[in-house]
Unconditional design. Structure first.
Length: 233
């Protein structure tokens, strides 16, 4: 399995000093290197030095992700953002998804696209990595059925409040992907995050795949209590 997936960690304590300009330029260059889940969905990524919101993390830098509002847009952001999360971890930079944070001011975002989610990043002031025994995750049998080695990478993916509201069914070389159907009240809070989380898990699966493709297919079995999102082909 990808070495960084096995040891990445959400960092919530940072050195307040900004990263140097060379490092920030490398981050911006990485924006061009990421591969979207859905190439036809428009999105943008910006770097700012302040955000606000419940459970906000104090850091020297933040990524702000924006996307056009259409089916697959949130999964696309999760897929793209997790590539950057792993890039940070691989290059000695701490990072953390911030589902409850938002731009400090309405005019802070230059993009005309709707804001989706933030990610803090900077020099960590706590251990950057962990060993696999320190991951607190559901068992594979709780989130999947069938056998596919890539599902372990999905199991280790981060999710909102560590909820892991996804389910995977391995079917030969295919993996059918579902997210939990929430009641109306919880849905108002977590539906967006659950879609982003699915994109994050799909990023981990993609990194473990020789030839990754993802699309909705016909005649897929429904799973009670879950919404079918698509199939890894």
């Amino acid at each position: 399995m990808n070495e960084i997936i096995c040891k990445r960690k959400s960092i919530r304590k940072y050195d307040p000093a900004p990263l140097d300009s060379t490092t920030l330029e490398k981050v911006r260059e990485q924006f061009k290197a990421v591969k979207p889940l859905f190439p036809d969905i428009r999105y943008s990524i910006e770097i700012v030095n302040k955000t606000k919101g419940l459970f906000n993390v104090k850091a020297p830098h933040y990524l702000l992700f924006s996307s056009e509002e259409r089916e697959g847009g949130y999964e696309n952001i999760g897929f793209i953002g997790q590539q950057l999360d792993l890039f940070f971890s691989e290059n000695g930079i701490g990072s953390c998804w911030l589902g409850a944070s938002k731009p400090e001011e309405n005019n802070q975002i230059q993009s005309a696209l709707p804001y989706v989610i933030a990610m803090s990043f900077g020099k960590p002031a706590e251990p950057l990595h962990r060993n696999i025994a320190e991951f607190k995750r559901k068992s594979l049998t709780a989130i999947s059925e069938g056998r596919d080695e890539r599902l372990e990478a999905a199991r280790l993916a981060p999710s909102a409040v560590n909820s892991q509201n996804w389910y995977f069914i391995a079917d030969g070389w295919k993996i059918h992907c579902y997210r939990k159907k929430l009641n109306p009240i919880l849905g108002m809070i977590y539906n967006r995050m659950n879609q982003i989380d699915m994109g994050i898990a799909l990023c981990h699966i993609a990194l473990e795949s020789d030839d990754f493709r993802f699309a909705k297919t016909e005649n897929v079995h429904e799973r009670k209590g879950y919404i079918y999102v698509g199939t890894v082909l």
